[in-house]
Design a protein around this ligand. Structure first.
Ligand code: CAA
Ligand code: NAD
Length: 289
């Protein structure tokens, strides 16, 4: 892997985890975050996560200190100019992502690889916005990044062989198993997972079941580690709604992509899940209350 300097944009649920695994892989990491409070919170989560890994004897205290020392926060996009790789993990909004990649395309050195952690949007559109489509790839990590073993490496028709190979090598260096995916809605996992989550909500809307019973069904009956409502809260109800809204706009005839009214209602009420302390369930930090 030639990637040494990594930029991560966004220090929320995903960005903090991506910054952490990149730093543990030995990269120098600069995290760009628009909200100073979110940056502080994200860095705090990294510190806590490294502490857990030390406590469980997965890594040494010296390795944790070294990884944390590799991470610098910033509020200025210019600080990403000399990165070998920039991984974007900001809000799931294609216009906002395109604007960021346009800025990065104008600013970064010619060799920089651009990657998006988007859950659902076409990576090729972000590549076009950057002005360097051959250097654009999807790197779709899973939540929580520190624990989930998969990364989908999304190749567009324009992605160069070299960029794809480098992105895959970076994923492996971060301790993940890379799976190649095409630039289709939701790639492999979310094309199956998000309609399943939406259908679970519709089941409750129809009055067929309750969140607790649906979750019990899928954990005890199918061996899933989390039922769909716990997972919805874990992922973020806003993010799930943005994914479905984006798909509805692009693929209006696909009935699987409809946005359940109950999901919209929860988001309007500010009940976004784990990150706001309440979604379908109540949360205390990272645990269900
Ligand atoms: N860093 C370090 N350690 C962590 C951690 C973190 N961020 N989060 C949890 N841990 C540790 C915990 O401390 C705990 O340690 P102990 O065993 O010593 O107590 C251990 O990991 C297990 O955690 P929990 O006890 O909290 O809970 P768990 O056994 O249920 O495991 C889980 C947690 C791995 C998240 C598991 O519940 C799981 O696999 N859930 C499903 C997650 C999933 O499906 N993710 C994909 C979401 S979809 C997506 O990401 C794509 C998208 O675009 C939306
Ligand atoms: P989040 O809301 O937790 O964090 C997003 C962060 O990006 C916020 O802290 C926000 O302040 C920051 N931000 C927004 N615009 C910015 C900009 N222009 N520049 C710098 N920072 C900016 O969201 P998240 O759950 O971490 O999701 C981030 C991305 O990862 C989304 O594309 C999402 O679809 C994808 N994703 C999410 C999950 C999940 O389970 N939550 C899993 C895989 C992929």
């Amino acid at each position: 892997m030639t990637v040494q300097k990594v930029g991560v944009v966004g220090c929320g649920l995903m960005g903090h985890g991506i910054a952490q695994v990149a730093a543990q892989a030995g990269c120098q990491v600069t995290v760009l975050e628009a909200d100073a409070g979110a940056l502080e919170k994200g860095l705090g989560r990294i510190n806590k996560s490294l502490g857990k890994l030390v406590q469980k004897e997965k890594i040494s205290q010296a390795d944790a200190d070294k990884a944390f020392g590799h991470i610098t926060g910033t509020g200025e996009v210019k600080d990403l100019a000399d990165c070998d790789l920039v991984v974007e993990a900001i809000v799931e909004n294609l216009d906002v992502k395109n604007a960021l990649f346009k800025d990065l395309g104008a600013l970064c050195k010619a060799e920089t690889i651009f990657a998006s952690n988007t859950s659902s949007f076409p990576v090729s559109e972000m590549g076009a916005a950057s002005g360097r489509p051959e250097r654009m790839v999807g790197l779709h990590f899973f939540n929580p990044v520190q624990l989930m073993k998969l990364v989908e490496v999304v190749r567009t028709p324009a992605t160069s062989d070299e960029v794809f190979a480098e992105a895959k090598a970076f994923g492996e260096a971060c301790g993940k198993v890379p799976v190649a995916a095409s630039d289709t809605p939701g790639f492999v996992v979310n094309r199956l997972l998000v309609p399943y989550l939406a259908e679970a909500i519709r089941m409750v809307e129809r009055g067929d079941s309750t969140p607790a019973d649906v979750d019990a069904g899928m954990t005890l009956g199918c061996g899933y580690p989390m039922g769909p409502f716990t997972l919805l809260d874990y992922v973020g109800l806003d993010t799930t709604m943005f994914i479905l809204e984006g798909w509805v706009e692009k693929y209006p005839n696909e009935s699987l992509f409809e946005v359940p009214a109950l999901l919209r209602q929860k988001v309007q009420e500010g009940k976004l899940g784990r990150k706001t302390g309440e979604g379908f369930f109540k949360w205390e930090g990272d645990k269900r209350a």
